[in-house]
Ligand binder design. Structure first.
Ligand code: NAD
Length: 440
């Protein structure tokens, strides 16, 4: 049998040993899905706290239940380590490391590069390697292929196999999770795609193959760019509606009553998280090397980036209408997470809103049921979530809803607050108190 046939057979029989590099919001759920499918999975992450937590049988990712981790660790289906040398005995590797932006707005490829360098030390024949981290088109072929194959004299598609398969997880979502969200896979060669598909088919229900790694990389960027641009559109719509004196939320609901040809997006205080604000900029960055300006991305990014400033200007106006200046006013921010019901504060607009309010002299506190502490790296401030939320609600000159967590009782909040600025339409049901509430 050829190396390819042996590997596909081992994958189908679940004898292949799987490793996940990076056990974060993406990697841990993936490790669990492979483990539950019957594979022996090794998770590798340099973060010792994560490794210790999993070894205690606990989960730190809200979408992954502790009982599931405990069961897999106990049965030996999931082992975790900081030691990359285990890769010498591994057949299939999925790379799920971060791909943030540098302060300059350029892609930060350092995590992909360091994971690739570690992998390169233990490369051997019969391996299939799949990059899952969102990145610019060409990364798999331009960065991983030379370091993992060419420099070791290994022929891709014969001795080893390389593919890109974007992770599409939506944290906090229960209907579509890692196991049932179709997996797009594109190989560096036809054989690479075939082996990578065999790997994921053993754990994930639907695999959608494309002809190249670049098509898979681009598909992920299309998905996230689509969201970013549509969010930019409704954010601008919110600004236009406010000028026109029209309720943007009513307009969106009306448009969404059309059963075809329209998809609902909602405005908010700005983009957040590890994906939507960042991924499209990987594409626009890459296109610059082709002397091409990705105009839709740049425009949507500009509108979305300005939303925290817009929210602060609206808060200032709302206070002014109540005879108060922002300077010296007590502001309570509700929700620091970048979206509802998650504990992830990365790129959250709450940080920008708080920074801008502080710079204008407001006395700012925040509350988030899932995030006890926040800090702003560049501005150098930090704060803890208030302990007694309702007391802070009563004392604040204005409560500003940034994240519409389901855990909040908005009726109680509106009842107790002096005034509320609602950037998410979380208070839509409390029309009786509407004089207290200003919406985006
Ligand atoms: N979080 C999401 O909702 C989401 C959704 C789809 C795609 N993605 C993409 O998936 C990738 C991972 O995102 P995430 O949210 O899981 O990030 P994360 O920060 O939660 O996890 C990444 C993990 O990788 C580890 N790591 C760093 N360097 C490493 C190395 N050299 N080797 C092994 N592990 C290393 C970190 O310690 C961390 O535990 C990113 O490219 C992201 O854009 C994320």
């Amino acid at each position: 049998m050829s190396i390819k046939e042996t590997l596909i057979k081992d994958l189908k029989e679940k004898k292949a040993r799987v490793a996940i590099l990076g056990l974060g919001y993406v990697g841990l759920p993936l490790a669990v899905v492979f483990g539950e499918a019957g594979f022996q999975v090794t998770g590798i992450d340099p973060d010792t706290r994560k490794i210790e937590t999993i070894n205690k049988g606990l989960s730190y990712v809200p979408d992954v239940q502790t009982e599931v981790v405990e069961k897999l660790v106990r049965s030996g289906h999931l082992t975790v380590t900081t030691d990359f040398s285990v890769l010498k005995d591994i057949d299939a590797v999925s790379i799920c490391v971060p791909t943030p932006l540098r302060k300059t707005g350029d892609p930060d490829m350092s995590f992909i590069l360091s994971a690739t360098e570690e992998l390169a030390k233990y490369m051997h024949k019969g391996m299939v390697i799949v990059l899952e981290s969102t990145t610019y088109p060409g990364t798999t072929r331009e960065l991983l292929l030379p370091k993992l194959g060419t420099e070791h004299g290994l022929t891709v598609g014969e001795d080893w196999f390389l593919a890109f398969s974007p992770e599409r997880v939506d944290p906090g979502r229960e209907d579509w999770t890692t196991i049932n969200t179709p997996k797009v896979i594109g190989g560096i060669t036809e054989a690479c795609g075939e082996v990578a598909a065999a790997c994921y088919e053993g754990a994930i229900r639907t695999v959608h193959r494309v002809s190249s790694a670049e098509a898979a990389e681009m598909a992920k960027l299309l998905e996230n760019t689509f969201r970013m641009i549509n969010i930019g559109l409704v954010n601008e719509l919110a600004i236009m509606c406010e000028r026109l004196g029209v309720d943007v939320w009513e307009v969106i609901d009306a448009a969404a009553s059309k059963p075809f040809g329209f998809m609902k997006f909602t405005p908010g205080p700005g983009l957040g998280g590890h994906c939507i604000p960042i991924d499209p900029l990987y594409l626009s960055w890459k296109m610059k090397s082709f002397n091409y300006n990705a105009r839709f991305i740049e425009l949507a990014s500009e509108i979305n980036t300005n939303m925290p400033r817009y929210v602060v200007s609206r808060v200032m106006e709302a206070l002014n209408d109540r005879g108060k200046a922002l300077k010296g006013s007590k502001i309570l921010i509700l929700g620091a997470a970048y979206k509802a019901d998650v504990d992830d504060v990365r790129e959250s607009p709450a940080l920008d809103v708080i920074g801008l309010l502080r710079n204008k002299g407001a006395v700012v506190e925040y509350h988030d049921p899932y995030i006890q502490h926040i800090h702003h790296e560049h501005e150098g401030w930090q704060m803890d979530s208030v302990e007694d939320m309702m007391t802070s609600v009563k004392e604040a000159d204005m409560v500003v809803i940034i994240t519409d967590h389901k855990a909040y009782d908005y009726a109680d909040i509106v009842e107790a607050a002096q005034s509320v600025f609602d950037s998410r339409n979380a208070t839509r049901e409390f029309v009786k108190n509407s004089e207290k509430v200003v919406r985006l």
